[in-house]
Design a protein around this ligand. Structure first.
Ligand code: XCC
Ligand code: SF4
Length: 634
């Protein structure tokens, strides 16, 4: 780097104490982390507002963000066309990520059924029957394998179908589905939608921002009600449907006297296979022989959340802490699969002599060791990683400094469990939730989800927003890095009820649930869609998703996946607030369309705020508006 950086105070970068300690240590060690790079490289003021286009070589063309209708691109594209095309490509990329992940899960499912994969099995046959029934696949008197194969073929349409409607629309409330049909946005298959989105946003194709938005909605819905939903359901069938489990989080879960292995990424396969290998007596013995007390497997980011919710595995932190955790010097191997894996992890890992291993052919990192995880022999890969970690433990060269902090919390609230919890019987129902919303004890429901971002103080907005929501009797559902922010802040334990408003606190006490429910990884936002559909089905809260007193927020988002998620909620009828930044130029027609116009057409709408108190205010105002429309505002 040319000139020394003016370093930002650590307290301004994060409220996560462990990460703060490790940022300080990294600076002492002379290791650059992404927090400092974000400060050194200011965001491009035009790109930040999404006002540039590089879709052809007549450009790149950039608009005047202060006076957006001053000029057009060389081809004549207006700022609205440019904004909509950029937004559409973000949604296409995000949808591609979730659907490619989902398709990998579906292929694993197929190979488990046909016996080609032997290290995994169907762990939750009941869920398999439930999903099959929801898709009208006959189950009476049929062999599990037969039903499973039918289910596989049915779900494959989610991705590959070229015409018709994806299977999961059978779960969409009738009136919402009617609206989609009228608007022509029922997804056919994810591949088709992503392909068409890319085509329509190329130079000289679709140049009407409203028409582009139609395809944006269709593509995003192929994620939420398609790729992501299938991924969640298949993961539950193969690895078990989560139910509440107490978990320890934060960097203190690393242990100086153990072989610490971090698994970071998104598909549950790697971590599930690691768990099998870490329990192998021969490998355990090898660790003991190397002088360790044992093997300590720890998750990070979404794969961590996924497996944590199912098996209670400890979790070290979210996206903004993945470099910082390496700075402890205590990580004996970090292994990754896909998504949200910073290239820089390799350089930081090298500095601390930590083996850094990629495992998915889709996501190699220059210079990193690649050990391909073959679904047909997953343990071949995971055993090798563990052996590398043990040997690193034996030869640890640098001093180890682990932040002491650990926090306990309860996670793993699948839709099925919420149903059970509320109904108090195995086949419970959402009636008590609806009743409590109608009688006003619960004001509404909010989903607070998404990433952390080095351009905003890590975890701060997540925690402040959620506190404000529960204080106002709003029940909060969480996924992704946001869930981990609240977990580290100590708000996923029973103690959080003390911060809830009187109505919500009373319900929490009666039902025995916390006011903040952690649902899992980002693909598990589909669980929120299912829960919302169930609220409509039970009745009393309107007849489509847009009628519900509900709102969503990703206060510190950074990934294109977050934009895809945000938009599938908006297209489903939900009000969605994004924080810290938004790829939008103020004062444009496209902004007005996303922030107001869509709602007038019966969908949800987008909003933006960079202050958590204001985010909460917007969400609560929307919830109150919906309550008033339902006639339950007291
Ligand atoms: Fe990635 Fe999923 Fe965002 Fe976290 S929340 S930074 S997408 S790990 Ni999903
Ligand atoms: Fe410029 Fe149009 Fe080419 Fe975009 S597509 S770079 S606006 S000429």
């Amino acid at each position: 780097m040319a000139k020394p950086l003016e370093l930002v105070n650590v307290e301004d970068l994060t409220i996560c104490d462990s990460t703060a300690q490790m940022i300080t240590k990294a600076r002492e060690d002379g290791v650059e982390l992404f927090f400092d790079r974000a400060n050194a490289m200011k965001a491009c003021p035009i790109g930040e507002k999404s006002a540039c286009c590089k879709h052809c070589s007549m450009g790149p063309c950039r608009m005047n963000v202060n006076s957006p209708y001053d000029r057009v691109g060389v081809c004549g594209a207006t700022v609205d066309t440019i904004l909509a095309r950029n937004f559409g490509r973000m949604v296409a990329a995000g949808t591609a990520a979730h659907t490619d992940h989902g398709m990998a899960m579906l292929e694993l499912f197929r190979d488990v059924i046909n016996g080609k994969v032997k290290d995994f099995a169907i762990k939750d046959p009941m869920k398999l029957y439930e999903v099959a029934t929801s898709l009208e696949i006959p189950t009476e008197g049929r062999e599990l394998k037969e039903v499973a194969m039918d289910l596989y073929h049915e779900l494959e349409r989610t991705y590959t179908q070229v015409d018709g409607e994806i299977p999961m629309v059978k779960r969409v409330p009738k009136k919402t589905l009617e609206l989609w049909r009228q608007a022509g946005i029922v997804p056919r298959g994810a591949m088709r939608e992503i392909m068409e989105m890319m085509h329509r946003t190329a130079i000289g194709v679709d140049q009407d921002y409203k028409n582009i938005t139609q395809q944006i909605s269709r593509t995003a819905l192929a994620d939420g009600w398609g790729g992501s939903m299938v991924s969640t359901d298949i993961s539950d069938i193969l690895f078990g449907t989560p139910s509440p489990v107490e978990i320890e989080v934060d960097m203190g879960v690393l242990k100086e006297d153990r072989v610490n292995i971090i698994v970071h990424g998104h598909e549950p396969i790697l971590l599930e296979a690691m768990m099998i290998s870490a329990a192998d007596p021969a490998l355990k013995q090898m660790a003991v022989d190397a002088g360790a007390k044992g093997i300590n497997l720890v998750g990070m980011c979404c794969s961590g959340l996924d497996v944590m919710s199912r098996h209670g595995l400890p979790h070290a932190g979210n996206f903004s802490s993945t470099e910082a955790v390496l700075v402890t010097g205590a990580v004996d191997a970090m292994t990754v699969d896909i998504q949200c894996i910073k290239q820089d992890l390799k350089r930081v890992a090298d500095f601390y002599d930590t083996p850094f291993i990629t495992t998915n052919y889709r996501a190699k990192i220059e210079g990193a060791l690649h050990i391909q995880l073959d679904e047909h022999d997953p343990l071949g890969c995971t055993e090798e990683i563990i052996i590398k970690a043990i040997s690193r433990f034996k030869t640890r060269k640098k001093p180890v400094r682990i932040p002491r902090k650990t926090v306990k919390g309860v996670h793993g609230f699948s839709y099925e469990y919420i149903n059970y919890m509320l109904g108090g019987s195995f086949r419970g129902s959402f009636t008590p939730l609806n009743d409590n919303i109608i009688n006003g004890r619960i004001r509404g429901v909010a989903g607070v989800v998404g990433c952390t971002n080095p351009r905003s103080k890590q975890d701060y907005s997540h925690v402040e927003l959620v506190k404000e929501l529960i204080r106002n009797d709003v029940l909060v559902l969480q996924t992704g890095c946001s869930q981990m922010a609240l977990a580290k802040a100590g708000l996923t334990g029973p103690g959080a009820a003390a911060l809830a408003g009187p109505g919500l606190a009373e319900v929490c006490e009666t039902v025995g649930m916390p006011p903040i429910l952690g649902l899992g990884a980002c693909v598990d936002n589909s669980r929120i869609l299912i829960a919302a559909s169930e609220m409509v089905r039970v009745g009393g809260l309107g007849d489509c998703l847009a009628d519900l007193p509900a709102a969503g927020c990703a206060p510190e988002w950074m990934s294109e996946k977050a934009i895809a998620i945000g938009h599938y909620f908006v297209a489903s009828g939900v009000y969605v607030v994004f924080g810290h930044t938004f790829p939008m130029t103020k004062g444009t027609q496209f902004e007005k369309y996303l922030f107001e116009g869509l709602e007038n057409e019966g969908f949800g709408k987008w909003a933006f705020s960079d202050d958590p108190k204001e985010m909460a205010r917007l969400m609560i105002a929307h919830i109150d508006e919906k309550r008033a429309a339902l006639g339950i505002d007291k």
